[in-house]
Each structure stands twice: as C-alpha cells, then as structure tokens.
Write a protein that binds this ligand. Structure first.
Ligand code: ADP
Ligand code: MG
Length: 228
C-alpha cells in the first residue's frame, strides 16, 4: 500500500467562544495519490476550516494530519510553511494574479519566495502554461485574458513546483458557466495525468465532476455514493 497524500484521523477544530464553536468534529479522511475528490457543503458547514487545516494554514485542536506521509501537527510555523510550499499548490476563487505582469511571469512568481530550484524557471513556467492549454497566451497580461483563462494561469502557477496536492477553494466561484466548464475540463485532464486534486465547493454541479465526493455538514464528513 502506498502512503496517502492526505490522512486526517480524529481531527477536530474548536474555536474558543462562548459557547465554543465545533467547526470540525472527529474528521477522518484519506486521499490517495491521483485521486480527484470534491468536498461539498453549505455555508457554515466547515469548508474553510477544513481547507485551512488541509493547507496547513490552521492547526487542528486535536487529531492527526499526515501530509504525504509526514505528521504535521507537531511542526512549528517555519516547518509548516516550508512543507506547505513544497507539497501544496493552492487555487483560490479569486485568481490573485499581478495585473502588470505577463501570464508566464505570473506563473514563474510561484517560486520567487521558495527555496526550490529556480533553474529554468521561465522555461518550466511556459511548460506549466502549456499543460493548462495556455501556451499561446504566455505573453498576455491578465486583463487580456478571460476569467477562465486567468484561473488556468493560477492553476499553472499552483502546479509549477509539482506539488503532491492541488488544493482548490471554490475554484469556479468567480466564473460564468462557460468558463467554469473550461476549468472543470482542465481538472479532468489533470486528474487523468495523475495530479491529486481536492476541490472544496458549495456548488453541487462542480462537486459532481469529481471522481469521489465527500459531503461536509456541521463539521462532519460523509462519503457519498457515486451514482451515474
Ligand atoms: P464554511 O466555509 O463552510 O462557510 P467555516 O469553516 O467558515 O464554514 O465555518 C464553520 C463554523 O465555524 C461556522 O459556524 C463559523 O461561524 C465558525 N467559525 C469559523 N471560523 C471561526 C473563528 N475564527 N472563530 C469562531 N468561529 C469560527
Ligand atoms: Mg468558507
């Protein structure tokens, strides 16, 4: 058996308040290499808390989170930041692109602050753009791109360091139907290439495209049966 990319065991997150808020309760989740999983839930169900936990932006109150075989709960901030940078590619609802830089520069930005090898950075950024079908837009600034193209640039940027996990937070939240469908088609292609994808969304249509669907309700996870 190979090591899962994600393994959460008995994870809870309680926010101190009066009364305390149980945002995640006894969460167990295992995601294998190459899986394409969606986590779907309504507003207030705990999606952001789970995303922050998976992305090493927040620590569980209790439980274990192994990322790519490494226990993360005892790590200090510097170790978590370094692990996050090397293992996780983030895709957010808003694309966070620099308006005055070309698409390829925006992708290459992924490594500006990292310690990973910077050799051939632009060349690899161009390859990443090709991987998302935007090789022909490398020199374009974001304002010359559609919303879907901008999100694909952000996805290329997230893929640059070859992360173990592509962690997406409402990746189509700012997109219309046509652009949403382009991004979801790209997720299919990435999944077919073996990229491990976790997509967190409130959108049932988006979640249905994943190969495995997990529902979050009141901070608890439920595996959903896949009906055709
Ligand atoms: P979602 O992203 O699905 O809307 P969240 O993870 O943001 O859900 O929130 C889950 C629950 O935890 C909600 O009841 C929310 O009010 C609460 N919560 C989130 N963050 C905090 C916080 N920092 N302090 C207190 N309660 C919080
Ligand atoms: Mg949220």
């Amino acid at each position: 058996m190979t090591t899962p990319v994600i393994r959460l065991d008995g994870v809870s997150r309680v926010f101190p308040a009066d009364p305390p808020v149980h945002a995640l309760t006894d969460v167990r989740l295992s995601v294998a290499h190459g899986e394409y999983v969606s986590i779907v839930g309504a507003s207030g169900s705990g999606k952001s808390t789970l995303l922050n936990t998976l992305g090493l932006l927040d620590k569980p109150t209790s439980g274990s989170y192994m990322l790519d075989g490494l226990e993360t709960v005892g790590l200090n901030d510097r170790e978590r930041t370094s692990l996050r940078g090397s293992r996780i590619g983030f895709v957010f609802q808003s694309f966070h692109l620099l308006g005055y830089r070309s698409a390829v520069d925006n992708v290459a930005m992924a490594e500006l602050y990292g310690k990973t090898g910077r050799r051939n950075r632009l060349e690899r950024a161009e390859q990443a753009l090709e991987q998302v079908g935007l090789g022909h837009r490398a020199g374009f600034r974001p304002d010359k791109l559609s919303g879907g193209e901008r999100q694909r640039v952000a996805i290329a940027r997230a893929l640059l360091g070859r992360p173990a996990l592509l962690l997406c937070d409402e990746p189509t939240g700012n997109l219309d139907r046509a652009n949403t469908s382009g991004v979801l088609d790209l997720f299919d292609e990435l999944a077919a290439k073996g990229v491990t994808l976790v997509v967190i969304t409130h959108d049932e249509q988006v979640s249905r495209r994943a190969h495995r669907r997990v529902r979050i309700e009141d901070g608890r996870l439920w595996e959903e049966a896949l009906c055709a």
